[in-house]
Ligand binder design. Structure first.
Ligand SMILES: Nc1ncnc2c1ncn2[C@@H]1O[C@H](COP(=O)(O)OP(=O)(O)OP(=O)(O)O)[C@@H](O)[C@H]1O
Ligand SMILES: [Mg+2]
Length: 254
């Protein structure tokens, strides 16, 4: 195994459909521009869509890696990942949801450590359930990035989640307000949102990033941030992703 000591980030939310998967890919694209090797682990075990988004067929998944780690059969990570390009690899979620239910959560800390050994940045996509799988992930990553939209129920749910985090004494989290998911939902000002959440907003994705032709990107498997127009037309959001990446690389692991 290489001696690389990468950083890991899990994008998490209190509700589904806020834009985690799309923006994990965008963050990966910007990390590529920083010359960083990135692994996206799709821990959305029952309905993962990262490999599907980038139109990649795969044989092995995070479940196979977990099984091999458990049975001391793991040798090299390349046997389990699919490459999007020279910088970005994906460790897919299982094709068969029955495998998802069998994944031994005790392997999760090892999987994250192994991945950090090979890659500069490990990005973890997951669903919004506060279950054992996600708790193991949240407790073992360098940083948790909560994503919320400007939607009242989403914000209230995140407030409860942050309170649980405080109880669990997990402090290595930041908050990303995603205004690009739905341009018609901008109910509250930034001041109100901070008040509702009782915490700071670390990063914001602007409404400029809302794409009317999102389906084209998804059908063609194109990562938005790797599209040439992204850094110019959406320069503010490009900068935001750069700051998220450099903060992660500069931050200390808890
Ligand atoms: N910038 C954008 N412009 C237009 N549509 C977007 C944008 N970002 C996300 N979407 C759309 O929002 C939907 C949800 O996005 P995504 O799948 O990334 O959310 P998620 O938080 O990962 O959801 P889940 O919790 O179900 O995994 C998708 O249909 C996606 O196409
Ligand atoms: Mg998702």
């Amino acid at each position: 195994m290489s001696l690389n000591k990468g950083k890991s980030l899990c994008m998490f939310s209190a509700k589904g459909g806020v834009g985690k998967s799309v923006n994990i890919l965008n963050l990966a694209g910007v990390c590529e521009h920083l010359d960083k090797k990135v692994l996206i682990i799709d821990f959305d075990l029952y309905s993962g869509s990262i490999a599907t988004y980038v139109n990649k067929k795969f044989k092995k998944s995070v479940y196979d890696l977990a099984e091999d780690v458990l049975n001391n059969r793991f040798t090299v990570i390349k046997d389990y990942v699919v490459s999007v390009d020279d910088y970005i690899d994906v460790l897919p979620a299982p094709k068969d949801p029955r495998d998802a239910g069998k994944l031994d959560v005790r392997t999760i800390p090892d999987i994250i450590k192994i991945a950090e050994g090979y890659y500069d940045i490990v990005l973890i996509d997951t669903n919004h359930a506060l279950n054992d799988i996600n708790l193991f992930i949240l407790e073992n990553v360098s940083e948790v990035l909560f994503m919320t939209t400007n939607d009242p129920l989403d914000l209230k749910s995140l407030r409860s989640l942050i309170a649980i985090f405080k109880d669990l004494e997990i402090t290595n989290y930041k908050v990303l307000l995603n205004n690009s998911r739905d341009p018609f939902k901008s109910y509250f000002s930034l001041y109100d949102i901070k008040h509702i959440l009782k915490t700071n907003i670390d990063y914001t994705l602007s409404v400029d990033m809302f794409l009317k032709d999102m389906e084209k990107y998804i059908m063609d498997g194109i990562i938005i941030s790797l599209d040439k127009k992204f850094s110019s037309v959406m320069s503010k959001d490009y900068q935001t992703f750069l700051v998220i990446a450099t903060d992660l690389l500069g931050g200390d692991k808890k």
